[in-house]
Design a protein around this ligand. Structure first.
Ligand code: 5GP
Length: 218
């Protein structure tokens, strides 16, 4: 019997280091664990950035296509973020979970609120930067954006952070290795729950519990 996968949500303001943490987790986890883990590929109406591929980083679709998917109830959740639509396909996630794959949703607080309503068992994690100054310096460190854009990203970050206390777990990404350890601990905690282990360790427990059926020796 397949142990159904766990669903995780990871939200953070841009610059908190969320993508690096997810990538590091996937690299280490898929080597060390018998369980597979995947990051869900969202649909978005924003343009692809250099280096991004359709079907790998996002499914890049037109606004008309996105609205059609909304009308077909194809999304677990969707939201408008920074003027573009983003959404998570319900069928894709359910297929992965039923194959026993742990699925990670990299979505904003609005999406997290919607998934929480539909999937009460979801584990939600908020990644926080260690300080406002560090966040600003990380955003500036990318060297891509004007002062105006940095100011608007800082305002958006503050809006995202204002929802931190709706999440099950909060990780402060000050030291990267510690933050990765924290994230791994949360994932393992979920996998070791009795509900999961009773299916994963079914054969062990049926043998252990059959001890009484063994003929007693005199
Ligand atoms: P970016 O355009 O930089 O890749 O992502 C912008 C924001 O959109 C990030 O906060 C990201 O977590 C969020 N996002 C990405 N995919 C989804 C999605 O499917 N649903 C929601 N609600 N937010 C998403």
């Amino acid at each position: 019997m397949i142990v159904p996968g766990n669903l995780f949500i990871l939200s953070a303001p841009s610059g908190a280091g969320k993508s690096s943490l997810i990538n590091a987790l996937l690299r280490s986890d898929n080597q060390a664990s018998a369980r597979a883990m995947q990051v869900s590929i969202s649909h978005t109406t924003r343009d692809a950035r250099p280096g991004e591929n359709n079907g790998e980083h996002y499914h890049f679709v037109s606004v008309a296509e996105f609205k059609k998917q909304i009308s077909l109830n194809a999304f677990y959740e969707y939201a408008e973020v920074f003027g573009n639509y983003y959404g998570t396909s319900e069928a894709a996630i359910d297929a992965q979970l039923s194959q026993g794959i742990d699925v990670f949703l990299d979505i904003d607080w609005q999406g997290a609120q919607q998934v929480r309503m539909k999937k009460p068992g979801v584990t939600t994690i908020f990644i926080s930067p260690p300080s406002k100054e560090e966040l600003e310096s990380r955003l500036r460190g990318r060297g891509q954006d004007s002062d105006e854009i940095i100011a608007s990203r800082m305002a958006q970050a503050q809006a995202e952070c204002s929802h931190y206390n709706e999440f099950d777990y909060v990780i402060v990404n000050d030291d990267f290795d510690q933050a990765l350890l924290d994230l791994t601990t949360i994932v393992n905690n979920q996998r070791l729950k009795c509900r999961q282990q009773s299916i994963a360790q079914q054969s062990l427990f049926s043998k252990l519990l059959n001890i009484e059926a063994v003929e007693p020796t005199e």
